[in-house]
Write a new protein. Structure first.
Length: 167
């Protein structure tokens, strides 16, 4: 919506090119796309190859788990499987290729196994099938994801406040 409104207001044409997140920055660098607009976390490494606009979103990261893993099952266990982020120690955490979420997951859960997915929907399928224990993603995306997936929950409080911006 932001790109559409900007282009309409300034008399530009717009062709939206769907792609996995890992292709956004390379597409802008190579000239395949004129800009990328998808919640890109500003990092020093990324600033070496692309120019960021002003931040358009403030957020951080969150760990998404199956809601059932956060609830007490009286007949089978005495505590929830996950009640805090440190409970993910030694577990499998999914991240999307090209994002900064692997670094965040490794920082907060250093002994977790990081599992890479080409897209967020692939990670979503994996958590629902029990192939991973959690997904590390942007907290704003996580909140949106929960609107359509009542069987998921955010574990603990979101961390690492960051700005995201178009490139």
């Amino acid at each position: 919506d932001t790109a559409v409104r900007f282009c309409e207001a300034n008399g530009y044409g717009l062709e939206i090119v769907p792609m996995n997140f890992s292709g956004v920055i390379p597409s802008v660098v190579s000239g395949k796309c004129d800009f990328g607009l998808c919640g890109i976390t500003r990092t020093a490494e990324r600033e070496e190859s692309v120019l960021f606009s002003y931040p358009n979103c403030r957020g951080g990261n969150a760990f998404v788990v199956r809601k059932a893993d956060t609830q007490l099952e009286v007949t089978h266990q005495t505590s929830a499987r996950f009640s805090k982020i440190s409970d993910l120690a030694g577990k499998r955490i999914g991240v999307t290729v090209g994002t900064t979420n692997a670094q965040t997951a490794s920082k907060f859960v250093p002994d977790a196994e990081i599992v890479y997915f080409d897209s967020r929907p692939d990670a979503l399928i994996a958590i629902k099938q029990g192939k991973i224990d959690a997904i590390c993603m942007g907290q704003n995306t996580a909140r949106f994801l929960l609107l359509e997936n009542e069987d998921l929950a955010i574990l603990g409080k979101p961390m690492v406040t960051t700005d995201t911006a178009p490139i």
